[in-house]
Ligand binder design. Structure first.
Ligand code: F6R
Length: 605
């Protein structure tokens, strides 16, 4: 949440700061700002809303200066307005911040008691004032370290100094921060994607580290203020390429490229010659695994929920799943024969990262299923299984969900094979079916025309309900999540069999109810649950991979996706639900890539 950029150069930096902020907008888009230094004067410009607004301000009143910092905000402390926008500057320093300072109220009281005044409602301003105070008798680096020692919470910082006009200081505790290098120019950024157009040479700060960058030099320090060396990564040509091409927005591009990203993922893991799965180096002997615990948030949690059904079906392992924000506070009994799997697109989600830390402290083996391989969660895990989906920019997760499902399915199969839980022929048949997924995804995307018509039926609806059983239950949850986050229409996801225990009371004449009913052992039961809804006036939208039953007077709309086998149906059934959420949001004129109140990478608790 929140994006940081810093540039120290031998030429004016404001245009490049704006361009980088546009790339960071997926991290937050409530407000934006920048500060540059000109003749030892901190020139701060801020706006509420998007980077576009900041660009207009700069167009009218340009900011000069060869050094500067910029920020896009996802509001935590204080409403999204100009005053609370970053940077937060005193006469001496200017600060951009990502994360949360948990003891800001306490520090604020102390500073106010000394007579200092606050302008904003943010937690960030305490950092500005602490550094300003410390600067009275220390150099910039010492004053930053003194300040860091007083802060609780997790954060990344970029700091500019009025009287030390050639440096930017960056600091990381919990929230990601990268440094980029070029000739006569160095950079600070929340991620390498924001820096990619300027450099392919990147270093990543680890927790507790601080960097001091000038146009010609970057120095790194550990938490004890000891100088350290950092590894430089060279980003490959196609790494981090994210361009929406001819698509209206990133989300539609990401939905429609799922066949391609799934193919990449499958090719990485399937050895076609040996008809086997290329997963080795398990951190724990698969035959000795006692239990697998899968942990994630939001959409990533839904993929854990699907995987629970797969692992239970295919292996003899005991499976548990949890939402990361719950897991991290439970009184857990850790077992060294358990494998803890963390699922995250960004690899920076604060709750998931904290849950991983707890596992590490308890010395149990961890695995992450991740899209951003250089992320915190990936770097802190014993074992990483990348999903190979490429950058996902739309805030609502689509291709990453499909990638997570694919890797989880592949892992489930491999575990079953190693543990002798699966017959060789069935194993090979599943691999064969997996390879058909990209084509079947392409077929599923052809439901779009019908979905465009179907989406109109949601415009006047008060709410909606998504129902499924077995592995279609998490798909119902995911369909409801996509619809609510993109179109702001109330949507509930439920196990279809649970309706009669309360939610049936919500069904009234005309309420859209999406029934997800693949050809599996639950099919007939789901039909019975559908009848209960029909009897109460629900308007049925029926999504299946079964050739049977689509034409029925009581079904308003029927959609069919290809059938591969029972296990793989959740992957294909997801596609119409992504398209539905997308088209309802489009008809409602919602901001598809940047839904209100949300941000892509949730680096706060
Ligand atoms: C929903 C969505 C979120 C994320 C969740 C976890 O479309 O994108 O629910 O899935 O915030 O994010 P990651 O996967 O980055 O840990």
């Amino acid at each position: 949440m929140c994006g940081i950029i810093g540039i120290a150069s031998n030429k004016p930096v404001s245009i490049n700061i704006i361009n980088s902020l546009k790339k960071l907008e997926y991290r937050g888009y409530d407000s934006a700002g920048l500060a540059t230094l000109t003749n030892n004067f901190i020139n701060e410009k801020k706006c509420s809303g998007r980077v576009e607004e900041l660009e207009k301000i700069l167009f009218k009143t340009p900011s000069n200066g060869n050094i500067g910092i910029g920020h896009v905000r996802w509001a935590t402390h204080g409403v999204a307005n100009v005053i609370n926008a970053h940077p937060h500057s005193s006469e001496q320093v200017s600060v951009v911040h990502n994360g949360i300072i948990e003891n800001s109220d306490e520090i604020k009281k102390e500073l106010e008691a000394k007579g200092l005044k606050f302008k904003s409602q943010t937690d960030t301003e305490v950092i500005t004032l602490l550094i300003t105070e410390a600067l009275k008798n220390s150099n910039p680096l010492d004053s930053v370290f003194k300040t860091l020692n007083k802060l609780h919470g997790s954060f990344a910082l970029g700091i500019l100094f009025k009287n030390f006009s050639d440096i930017i200081i960056g600091a990381r505790r919990g929230s990601p921060l990268a440094v980029g290098y070029s000739n006569g120019e160095n950079y600070l950024g929340s991620d390498s994607y924001a820096l990619k157009s300027m450099t392919n040479k990147i270093s990543y700060l680890d927790d507790g580290e601080v960097c001091v960058l000038s146009k010609d030099n970057v120095n790194f320090y550990d938490a004890n203020q000891k100088k350290i060396n950092k590894k430089t990564h060279i980003l490959s040509e196609n790494e981090n390429i994210a361009d929406k091409g001819e698509y209206k927005n990133f989300m539609s591009k990401e939905i429609f490229e799922q066949s391609k990203t799934a193919k990449n993922c499958i090719n990485e893991y399937i050895d076609s010659l040996k008809r086997d799965i290329n997963i080795y180096d398990f951190p724990l002997d698969p035959k000795k695994i006692n239990k697998i615990i899968l942990i994630g948030c939001g959409t990533a949690y839904h993929s854990c929920l699907v995987a629970k059904y797969w692992l239970e079906e295919l292996t003899s392992i005991d499976i548990e799943i949890d939402i990361a924000s719950e897991f991290r506070y439970r009184r857990l009994k850790f077992n060294k024969n358990n494998l803890y799997i963390f699922v995250s697109q960004s690899g920076e989600t604060a709750d998931t990262a904290a849950a991983l830390d707890i596992c590490k402290k308890n010395k149990v083996k961890t695995c992450s299923i991740i899209n951003v391989v250089e992320s915190t969660i990936a770097r802190n895990s014993d074992w990483v299984l990348p999903i190979h989906a490429g950058p996902e920019i739309g805030v609502a997760s689509t291709k990453a969900f499909i990638g997570q499902l694919l890797v989880l399915f592949i892992l489930s199969l491999k575990l079953a094979k190693i543990r002798d839980d699966i017959d060789e022929k069935i194993y090979e048949k599943n691999i064969k079916n997996l390879k058909k997924i990209p084509v079947s995804l392409q077929e599923s995307l052809k439901t779009e025309n019908n979905i465009q018509v179907m989406a109109k039926e949601f415009l006047k609806a008060k709410g909606s309900m998504f129902l499924g059983r077995g592995s279609s239950y998490p798909i119902a949850l995911e369909g409801a999540l996509k619809l609510k986050e993109l179109s702001y229409l109330h949507a509930e996801g439920y196990p279809a069999g649970e309706m009669k225990h309360g939610p049936l009371a919500l069904i009234e004449e005309g309420l859209p109810v999406i029934i997800i009913a693949p050809k599996d052992k639950y099919f007939e039961k789901t039909l019975s649950n559908m009848q209960e809804v029909i009897a109460r006036g629900g308007k049925i939208f029926f999504i299946t991979d079964n050739k049977k039953i689509i034409a029925n007077d009581n079904i308003r709309f029927g959609l069919r996706v290809p059938f591969l086998n029972n296990l793989l149906s959740p992957i294909l059934l997801t596609i119409p639900l992504q398209l539905l959420a997308y088209h309802v949001a489009l008809l409602k004129n919602c901001d598809i890539d940047k839904p209100r109140n949300l941000a892509k990478s949730v680096t706060v608790e």
